[in-house]
Design a protein around this ligand. Sequence first.
Ligand SMILES: *[C@@H]1O[C@H](CO)[C@@H](O)[C@H](O)[C@H]1NC(C)=O
Ligand SMILES: *[C@@H]1O[C@H](CO)[C@@H](O)[C@H](O)[C@H]1NC(C)=O
Length: 467
Amino acid sequence: MEKTLLRSRLPMTFPTTVPVRPTGPKVFTKSRLVTFLVAGICYLFISLLMSCSRISNENALPASGSTITSSMESYWLSDGAARASAFKELSNLRYDAMDIILKDADVALRNDSVYSVVLKPQVAPSGDAHDYLSLAKYFWRNPDTPDGLPYIRRDGYVNPEVETVQDYRLLRQMLREVYRLGLAFQLTGNETYAVKASDRLYEWFVNPETKMNPHFHWGSLRKGNTHGSRTGILDMYPIYRVIQIMPHLQKSPSYSPQLHDALVEWFSLYWEWLSTSSLASQESKGVNNHGTYYDVQVIPIARFLNKHDVAKEIATHALSVRVNRQIKANGWQHHETSRPTSWFYSVFNLQGLFLLAQQCQMAGVDMWHYVGPEGQSIKTALDYLIPFALNQGQGWPYSNLNGYPVTNLVPLVEIGYLKWGDEAYLHAMPLLRAMAEKERDTNHNTRPLSDFFCQMSELLGDNEFVC
Ligand SMILES: *[C@@H]1O[C@H](CO)[C@@H](O)[C@H](O)[C@H]1NC(C)=O
Ligand SMILES: *[C@@H]1O[C@H](CO)[C@@H](O)[C@H](O)[C@H]1NC(C)=O
């Protein structure tokens, strides 16, 4: 019932008018009120997140968490005029979010270039132009050999040479754009977006001229090696977003049953490769973020292929191989801190664990509240990082390149609050957000707007938008 109520209040399509709050005694039941408080708080958070937002709530936002809560109470409990103005504000925010999604989708729409692995001048050692190829990013020419082979590892230092093979960039761009186009279609029902999303899927996975072969045998190639590395499989992890949007795309006539069947065929072959390739087997056993992101990728693919039991099996197994093995009792992710970019990888793996918890949830396994034998959990991993994030890494006991950016940690704290209701997160949030804002000004990086929808989804409890 709460769900229906929220849906009617926060429609997933453009509202033509400001939503009107229905009146009557039922509306004010305690649980609904609580839901509303959370929704209101979340909206205020989100408003601050969105750098492109035209609306600023900063003046209205008190500094500390508890005051936020009490001010929200008066927000909702006060007279009709205050409620109406609150709704107007939320509704405006909603327009902003839509605006950004549609702008991103329109950029994707306008791009008529072909995205294909066959375009690269440098084919994989197999000689097959349809084979995906990417270069290992931390490997460099060997200074001691005339031809520079075999390449040697300098962890933490990205070799710009990776840019010379564009398959990775195109793969990621395709996955991102299909997701945005699908989202725009879902939100507006405008067929133009579904047509483009379907065209991109057809181009990458189906069209015999341009398709990619269903394997990552040549991912993360270290020059001088006769095959790719297991780590190249991680290139594909954002596929979970595409799979997530597919049920919505399927409602469009542009996403034909033939296209769907062809995609199922591609992913069946890919599944076969994952099940038999030694690279995939090694990657699944990865003890750090590689193992996490492997599961983030394979659970949704299993679900897409209707292998629900397998998805649940992987999810259950993940509790021990990802949470128990990767997180120490105090929340320390020791496999990540052994890297030269120890902060980056600690945050990156935690992002992966959040994604994984969401995938597990969809497969019927609760990783959010799972506690391992030593007391470790995703929450302890987050709690471990927050103090260092707040004091810019002071006292971080591991060697670390590239500083202590917090931008990617902010959504984890927000979702963490929705999941675990820890008041400490409410206090950390405005501080971290202000720091993230500065990082954005410096690096011009913006947070993906999908965060907005992921948090909506968390509030609605519907898994519609994975974070
Ligand atoms: C389309 O994407 C390709 C591949 O990334 C890029 O090179 C090109 O500049 C883009 N075109 C437009 C119009 O954005
Ligand atoms: C659908 O979206 C396209 C691209 O933004 C736009 O040009 C077109 O007018 C839209 N159609 C409708 C019916 O809104």
